[in-house]
Design a binder for this molecule. Structure first.
Ligand code: ADP
Length: 362
């Protein structure tokens, strides 16, 4: 505040100790300060942060109008009553402009009014914001590519793949030569696999771009019964038994798409279990949630593989079992959209695994 005394005698009654005290406060601020006399409109004091940031010495700042240093945006004025906050820039000795964030306040000292411009350098924040904006633009671009690819999958690849399958079936019906039949069966098997990948990938991509699902009250029990019935052909063929352990009615907040979760987990339990085994679908009351478990007595899953199975295209040495490694990624996404949890653990009753998920009770 030394310069305040030089230029404004009106506050000169402050004693030496008080001067040092006020100057120490100014100097200890982690930001720049201009103290401006609202009558003469010139700067009466500043601090070393300002000197360091601008490169101007203290004597080339004091006594000059604040507009020489702070360049305000068009909608801001230098002197307005009340406290304000805004972004603007500050000129440096080298002629550069540094972005700063300014807060203004007033101080009355000995019946004189001073406006204090308090500023902080936001160059790094601005740079970070630019980086983030670039990152967002890149992300938006890659989402656009992803959507484009999903559309191509849905519209342009599914039809020809379906045609290959149809024509192969036609040739199979006409063909008598056993060697050719065997080759055509391979073509058909792979075209079915291709169709399943395309369908699953486009379903997953659609789900991933879905922010929120409409959830309504629905009973889980009839859905489970329907899914079990849908798999009756496979379970009969493998002489498997599917037991449902649930209350008579299990109302939950869910979307119709939850059926995909039941059918995927049941399909896996059947696929990865031996013939003549049992699969249990168990629905337990878990407070605010229902905990649904699919318990099988198949070969089980290694601990190191348990988490990654829910990632896309993760399969664990199941070379002779059909699949595309997308089923559990879809299941996980659907459960996430239901605000539920999902996991897998060993079946405590010996061999096999338990895939479980939670869904909110209604
Ligand atoms: P896939 O189409 O290969 O079945 P999923 O995403 O449904 O794809 O499953 C991923 C992998 O998880 C499977 O390839 C299999 O290795 C393993 N898996 C899933 N369910 C079971 C299960 N009930 N028992 C043992 N392994 C399973």
């Amino acid at each position: 505040m030394l310069s305040v005394y030089k230029k404004n005698n009106s506050i000169s009654e402050l004693f030496g100790n008080e001067k040092t005290y006020l100057k120490t406060i100014l100097e200890s601020q982690p930001n720049g300060i201009f103290v401006v006399d609202t009558e003469s409109l010139s700067i009466v004091d500043t601090n070393s942060y300002t000197v360091k940031k601008t490169g101007f010495s203290e004597i080339s700042v004091i006594g000059y109008p604040v507009s020489k240093f702070l360049i305000l945006p068009e909608n801001e004025e230098y002197f307005v009553d009340g406290n304000r906050k805004f972004e603007c820039s500050i000129k440096t000795f080298n002629g550069e402009c540094i972005p700063v964030f300014v807060t203004t306040s007033f101080m009355i000292l000995d019946r004189r009014k001073y406006q204090i411009f308090n500023f902080v350098d936001i160059t790094q924040i601005k740079e970070k914001m630019c980086e983030q904006q670039k990152y967002i633009r890149d992300l938006e671009e890659s989402i656009e590519y992803k959507n484009l690819f999903a559309d191509i999958l849905r519209h342009d690849l599914l039809n020809p793949a379906g045609l290959v399958k149809g024509f192969t079936q036609l040739l199979l019906d006409m063909e008598k030569n056993s060697r050719k039949v065997s080759i055509l069966e391979k073509v058909q098997h792979h075209s079915e696999k291709l169709i399943s990948i395309i369908e699953s990938a486009s379903r997953l991509s659609r789900l991933e771009s879905t922010g929120k699902l409409e959830l309504e009250k629905m009973d889980m029990v009839p859905i489970i019964e329907q899914v079990v019935d849908d798999f009756k052909y496979q379970t009969d063929k493998n002489q498997m038994n599917v037991e449902i352990r649930a209350d008579r009615c299990c109302p939950a907040f869910a979307n119709d798409i939850i059926e995909d979760v039941f059918s995927n987990l049941l399909s896996n339990a059947i696929k990865y279990s031996p013939e003549n085994s049992q699969v249990t679908i168990d629905v337990q009351d878990a407070g605010d949630f229902w905990k649904v478990s699919f318990i099988d007595s198949g070969e089980g899953i290694n601990d190191r593989d348990k988490n990654r199975l829910f990632e896309r295209f993760e399969r664990v040495d199941k070379n002779n079992i059909n699949g595309n490694g997308l089923g559990l990624a879809i299941v996980k996404k659907i459960i996430e959209l239901h605000n539920g949890d999902i996991g897998v653990k060993d079946n405590p009753e010996g061999q096999g695994s338990i895939f479980w998920f939670t869904v909110m009770k209604a």
